[in-house]
Design a protein around this ligand. Structure first.
Ligand SMILES: CCCCCCCC/C=C\CCCCCCCC(=O)N[C@@H](CO)[C@H](O)/C=C/CCCCCCCCCCCCC
Ligand SMILES: [Ca+2]
Ligand SMILES: [Zn+2]
Length: 264
C-alpha cells in the first residue's frame, strides 16, 4: 500500500535541520517554532492597517489572514514533513501572492488587454487555479517556482521606484530588497550546502529564512500599498510609518492614512 499523504516524512523535501532531535512529535523543532513570527506579525499588521483597509478595501485584511494561515500550514509541514503539509504550505503561499497581486499590482503596469482591476483579479485567480493543479505534478519544483515569482515583484519595484523621489519610500524599497537578499540566501544555502552546515553544526538557516521572509513581506507589502494608494486614493494622503518607533523609522513599516474615509 502507498504511504498516506498525511504520513510523517512523506514529503519529498527534507530541510537541513535534523529530524526528531528535540521532541518525538515535532520533526523539525526550530523550523516549526520559528513560524510563530507569522502568527504575531499577521494580527499586528491587521490592527495597524485598519484605517487604510477601511479606506481602500477590506480585502487588505484578507492578505494578513492568509499570511497567518501560511504560518499555521508551515508549522504543520515542519512538524510532520508530510506531503500534505508541503502542498498546504506551498498552495497557501501561491494564493496569498495571488490576492496581493489582485489588490496591489500597480494599475499603470497592467498589460494592455486588461480592462480594469476586477478583470486583472479574474486573470490572476485563473492563473493561480491552473498553478494549483500543476503543483501536484512535480511538487519538488513548487518552492523554486514560488521563489521565482519574486523576480517579477522586483521588476515591478524597480519600475515604480524610478518614478518616485520620496526618500522615505526609496529607503523602504532599499531595505525590502536587502531583507529579501538575506532571506533567499538562507533558503538557498539550507537547500544547497546542507552538508557544510551539518559539519559545523549550524542547521538553523531555514528557521532564519522564516523570520526574514516574514519581515520582507511586511516591508514589500507596505511599499506596494503605498504605490497603490498614490494611484487609487491620493486624497487620503498616505504615509509610511513604523511600529513601534514612529519617529526613528525603526521596526515594522505600515501605511497610515491622514484623511480617513469612514467606510467602517
Ligand atoms: C504586486 C505585488 C504584490 C506582492 C504581494 C506578495 C504577498 C506575499 C505574501 C506572503 C508570502 C509569504 C511567504 C512566506 C513563506 C513561509 C513558508 C515557507 O517558508 N515555506 C517554505 C517551506 O517551509 C517554502 O519552501 C517557501 C517557498 C517560497 C516562498 C516564496 C515567497 C515569496 C514572497 C514574496 C516576497 C516579496 C519580496 C519582494 C522584495 C522586494
Ligand atoms: Ca530535516
Ligand atoms: Zn519553512
Amino acid at each position: 500500500m502507498p504511504p498516506s499523504i498525511f504520513a510523517r516524512q512523506s514529503s519529498e523535501i527534507d530541510w537541513c535541520e535534523g529530524n526528531y532531535l528535540h521532541s518525538e512529535y515535532v520533526a523539525e523543532y526550530y523550523n516549526t517554532v520559528s513560524n510563530v513570527v507569522f502568527l504575531l506579525v499577521g494580527p499586528l499588521m491587521m490592527y495597524l492597517l485598519h484605517p487604510y483597509a477601511c479606506t481602500r478595501s477590506l480585502a487588505v485584511h484578507l492578505v494578513w489572514l492568509m499570511f497567518i494561515a501560511v504560518g499555521l500550514f508551515s508549522m504543520y509541514y515542519h512538524m510532520t514533513l508530510s506531503y500534505m503539509g508541503q502542498l498546504l504550505d506551498e498552495i497557501s503561499i501561491l494564493w496569498v501572492i495571488a490576492v496581493g497581486y489582485s489588490i496591489w499590482f500597480p494599475r499603470p503596469c497592467f498589460p494592455d488587454f486588461i480592462k480594469n482591476r476586477s478583470h486583472f483579479g479574474t486573470v490572476i485567480f485563473t492563473l493561480a487555479a491552473i498553478s494549483t493543479m500543476l503543483s501536484f505534478v512535480k511538487p519538488v519544483v513548487n518552492a523554486y517556482a514560488l521563489n521565482c515569482i519574486t523576480f517579477h515583484i522586483l521588476y515591478i519595484v524597480v519600475k515604480e521606484i524610478r518614478k518616485c523621489s520620496n526618500h522615505r519610500i526609496l529607503h523602504l524599497a532599499f531595505v525590502s530588497v536587502c531583507l529579501w537578499i538575506v532571506a533567499i540566501s538562507c533558503w538557498l544555502s539550507d537547500r544547497l550546502f546542507c552538508s557544510f552546515w551539518r559539519r559545523i553544526n549550524f542547521c538553523y538557516l531555514h528557521s532564519i529564512w522564516h523570520v526574514f521572509i516574514c519581515i520582507t513581506v511586511v516591508y514589500s507589502n507596505t511599499l506596494f500599498a503605498y504605490f497603490d494608494a498614490m494611484y487609487e486614493i491620493p486624497e487620503s494622503q498616505p504615509q509610511v510609518q513604523y511600529w513601534p518607533l514612529k519617529s526613528l523609522q525603526v521596526g515594522l513599516p505600515y501605511l497610515s492614512i491622514t484623511k480617513h474615509r469612514k467606510n467602517c
